[in-house]
Structures are given as C-alpha cells and as structure tokens.
Design a protein around this ligand. Sequence first.
Ligand code: GRF
Length: 200
Amino acid sequence: MLTIGVLISGSGSNLQAIIDQKEKGSLPVEISCVISNKETAYGLERAKKHGIPSYFVNPKEYSTREDHEKVIVSILKEHHVDIIVMAGYMRILTPWIIHEYQNRIINIHPALLPSFPGAHGIQDAFNYGVKYTGVTVHIVNEGVDSGPIIAQSVVSIDQNDTLDTLESKIHQEEHQLYPYVIGLFANDRITLDGRKVIIK
Ligand code: GRF
C-alpha cells in the first residue's frame, strides 16, 4: 500500500479530508506521519485523534533550511514514506529535499496555476476580479508553485461572493480534489512525460 507523509503548518482541513476518505475505505493509503513546522498547528491534533504519529520540527532550532529538512526526512524515512503530501505547509522546500524525493512530493494550491502562485492565491484571484479561479494539485519542483500540474478544479467567483465565501468554496473543492489525486498515486495511475502528467 502507498505510504504517505503529510506536511502541514496550520488547520489541516485537507489532512482531515484525506483521513476521512481513508477511514471510509475509499483511499488505499497508509498515512504514516504528519509533520508540522508550527507547534500550534491544529492539524497535529487531528492526527493525534486518529492515532497518526505527529511531529513538530521547529525550524528555529536549525541554522539552515536543509538542516531542518534533514530532520524531517529522517522522520519520513523512519516511516517508509513513498510520497510527501504538502497540505498547507507554508515553507518553500530546498532543492535538496526535492531531489531526495524527486517527483514524489505533491502540493495543493488554492488557485488555477500558473495564475496566482504564492502564499495568497485566493485573495489575489479575488482582488484581480477573475470570474473563475480554482484549485491545483501539482508535483513540486524547485520553483514556487511551478511544478507539473496533475489535476485542477474550477471554482466560479460570483457577484455575491466575498473573500470568505470564496475561501469556503475553494476549501470544499480542495477536500474533493486532494484525496482523488492521492488515490491516483495509490493506484499507480500517474506517469510523467516531460512536464506533462499522464493519468492512465
Ligand atoms: C489550503 O488552502 C491549501 O491550498 C494551501 O493552504 C491551505 C491549507 O489549509 N496550500 P488546511 O491547513 O489544509 O486547512
């Protein structure tokens, strides 16, 4: 069975969606560990409630980003992680870890990439005034939100939407799309052709 390790920094609602699908029997993966760079991330509580080993790795204790990631990787290796799932992990990964897990790190971004990359995808799309935004799941490469796109869902921005209503629409889509994509990996349906992701 595919073994995943989940990196978080906050609420962990995407982590919860993955846990829920797994517990319903519709996602054949083992969620072997959850790692956060924030001690107060609520996602750590969610993991504990479901008996998933959870770790806070404090970046302040390490002088370089790579040293911090080396500790993370040692935890991931201890748990035999095949795929790293970034679910609201708010740090940019170094080339070192990206090479260590080449094409085996995925991220979810709350906009239709390549539009609105970066830390404020929902707000940036809302302020720009686009009529459609959405959610992207992609393989992580060395750029920011620039890796090969695996799947996207479209979310419309209606006249009556506020930033809050848009955020909740985006999150609802995320909670469908991320477990779906992880299921594709679990069923060995993803291959790469250059930067194009082929779903078999
Ligand atoms: C999500 O909107 C995700 O797209 C972005 O960070 C947010 C994480 O939310 N990368 P949560 O912690 O999963 O609730």
